[in-house]
Design a protein around this ligand. Structure first.
Ligand code: DQA
Length: 144
């Protein structure tokens, strides 16, 4: 069981960016948490973060060619703009869960659209880093 965790723009700035919204823990802390969660669940997990839309598309396609069983994606701001990411998730047909650290439904109007959501088997938001672990369990629930 191989899961790929993809994070979009500015997620590498966790701990620095708007701590009142995203918390004080860093992107490195997130990876440590998810590595431990994956170990407990006996699954392999890989991580990818980019600030560039096309690079994120490339990584979703790589997930297909490298045989990943599931994707956890926080497309960050590209959630609200990117048809390319939506098409990429549709293209690969790999079960994918959308994650947001914050609850985007209670934020600005421009965050109310998610293009990628329709291509995903589920969405977890507003649960901080734990949302990624919940996403992992959603994927595993569908696989086991
Ligand atoms: C986010 C929410 C997005 O609206 C925002 O652009 C992000 C992070 C979240 O994890 O809460 O960068 O995806």
């Amino acid at each position: 069981m191989k899961i790929l965790v993809i994070n979009g723009p500015n997620i590498n700035m966790l701990g620095i960016r708007e701590p009142e919204i995203y918390g004080k823990a860093t992107y490195g802390d997130l990876l440590v948490l998810l590595e431990a969660a994956a170990g407990q669940r006996n699954v392999e997990v890989d991580f990818f973060q980019s600030n560039h839309e096309g690079t994120l598309v490339d990584e979703i396609q790589r997930a297909y060619f490298d045989g990943y069983d599931g994707i956890i994606i926080n497309p960050a701001a590209y959630t609200h703009t990117s048809i390319a990411l939506f098409d990429a998730v549709k293209s690969v047909g790999i079960p994918t869960v959308e994650v947001h650290i914050s609850d985007v439904t209670t934020r600005e109007e421009f965050r109310q659209v998610s293009y990628v959501r329709e291509a995903c088997i589920g969405t977890v938001m507003g649960k901080g880093f734990d949302g990624y672990v919940e996403a992992m369990d959603l994927l595993l629930g569908g696989m086991r």
